[in-house]
Design a protein around this ligand. Sequence first.
Ligand code: BG6
Length: 491
Amino acid sequence: TNNPKAVIVIFGATGGDLANRKLYPSIYRLYRNGKLSDNFAVIGVARRPWTNEVFRDKVKESIENFNDTNIDPDEFASHFHYNPFDIQDLEHYEDLDKLINELDDKYEAEGNRLFYFSMAPNFFGTLAANLKSEGLTTTKGWTRLVIEKPFGHDFKSAKELNKQIRETFTEDQIYRIDHYLGKEMVQNIEVIRFANALFEPLWNNQYISNIQITSSEVLGVEERGRYYDGAGALKDMMQNHMLQMLALIAMDPPIKLTPEEIRSEKVKVLRALRVMNEDEVDKYFVRGQYDKGIVNGEELPSYREGNGVDPESNTETFVAAKLMIDNFRWAGGVPFYIRTGKRMKEKSTEIVVEFKDLPMNLYYGKEHETKSNLLVIHVQPHEGITLHVNAKKGDYNASSTPITLSYDNKAGDKMNTPEAYEILLHDCMRGDSTNFTHWDEVAFSWKFIDVITNAWSKKKADFPNYNTGSNGPKEADQLLLNDGFEWWDVT
Ligand code: BG6
């Protein structure tokens, strides 16, 4: 078969819940769905002195609820091996290399090695350097690196991090994960836009009045207070996931569907983002932090009362922004409104494209209910597309009323659509980097975000300023009202 063969080495296999919640289940699903041959092994690497048995038990626990009788969990888990490891100790690299070779022979993985860095980024430099100096990156097959966010915390640190890993891996070998790019409906943006004669001709400043991208969450920061308090919504969501969706929505059609062409079009969008001066930031950006609130009869604490959070924290848990893209397609004033926040009313990610009104519409007036045309891309939890148009009301008059045309991606036999991590892991093993972020994308997005971070760091915010269970601070609504728009509540 053409299914990928590889030894996957996961650094940080015991820590964090990413591995348990996402990685092992994804590998399992690939295996179950026949997307992975039997020619694979996973090596869990971390400090703790675990044994293969302990590791395999964890892996089996993480896939427990699949309950698939066709797959023997022990058989699956037998592909997993554990290797206790000290990043500083060069001898450990030698042992790891031996184990990789051994498993490579056993599973006939053709010398392909996938290194997965799932640990604190301050170790990435040392780890990458040692992997190279000890010869682990020289093999007869391919070598690739998958790297988790956060990729730096500003442009400078991202550049430094990039420099360190580039000492060992070429850009082609680096797969920077942004799990939003593995979401089915995010990948669908390009198809909807470029496979339909209906949208692309209208997709510009002449026919679109504004675009809204919202990703709201119900959960607070939960157990991640320590990480989150040093990051905030701007760095945690906006710099990566939100700007990635923006790039896909705003980009020009690529010449071909190759990773190079697609990513270079996305880079052009990020390059065209209007960079603001620090003193303009308040006009374009709103920050928020959640206060306590009652949800389903349960009183939930404010952000500042959370675990690992500074009681006077100035960290934002909500951002709303108005972005302008200064290129031929969007110049002249098509605002892109973006918002994301924790502890909001619902868990939902949605993109709303609002079209301009007709220059002359006969169906205006008090007997008509004509509304703007909207194209809504529902990313999650519901996956689908809705087109809002106007049609005749079913009565004696020729008056108009809004109707919707909907497509539900999960309808029919599609219940089993793959998960983001599963798709991305599969892509990486096939050598397709389309849905991973190129260094240039990371660089331009940080440069844009840095201005906001700097402006905000100089002024203490008036936090908390929105209630748990709400849609964020009222300033976020004002941001649109100032332009004569409103956030569309389309769910
Ligand atoms: C992660 C952020 O990248 O994305 C989290 O670090 C956030 O804070 C998560 O909760 C949201 O992802 P999803 O797939 O649940 O929308």
